[in-house]
Design a protein around this ligand. Structure first.
Ligand code: CA
Ligand code: CA
Length: 149
């Protein structure tokens, strides 16, 4: 075999090898799952009704939480808290919040149509004169949403 022929054959092997590598890369790329968009879970504090109509106790104050995502979310172990004073806080029991559904955590009232959640606080929770801040944490303790007014 001439030297030129040997070189030509080596070149063919090289091209073949590169083509094979490219094919493997394409297959591997397709096998890697694309990450699901994080918009699937999107739960937010949408409202704080801080100036209750009930005199003194303001038991009808509430903080509203809405599932703005496209997937149901189990709120078990999630926490809603007034971080301005560090209290009160409510740890949710197992509750499936459906897409588009809103729940309310009242200061000291039970409204089953909004999930029936209450801080059971004998005093007003949300300050009328200087704004408080509510924070929602998931079951892993990560902040999910924050709202002031
Ligand atoms: Ca208030
Ligand atoms: Ca407060």
């Amino acid at each position: 075999m001439k030297e030129a022929e040997v070189r030509d054959r080596h070149r063919k092997y090289l091209i073949l090898g590169l083509a094979l590598l490219l094919a493997i890369s394409v297959v591997a790329y397709r096998l890697i799952p694309t990450p699901t968009p994080s918009t699937a879970t999107n739960v937010e504090i949408t409202k704080i009704f801080y100036d209750g109509l009930e005199p003194r106790t303001e038991s009808d104050e509430y903080v509203e939480i809405k599932n703005l995502g496209s997937e149901p979310v189990d709120l078990e172990g999630w926490v809603i808290k007034d971080i301005s004073e560090g209290y009160p806080s409510l740890t949710f029991p197992a509750y499936i919040l459906q897409p588009g559904e809103s729940i309310r955590v009242y200061t000291n009232e039970i409204h089953p149509e909004y999930g029936g959640f209450s801080f059971d606080s004998g005093k007003a929770v949300w300050n009328n004169s200087s704004p408080d801040t509510a924070v929602l944490y998931n079951a892993q303790g990560q902040e999910v949403s924050r709202k002031s007014y």
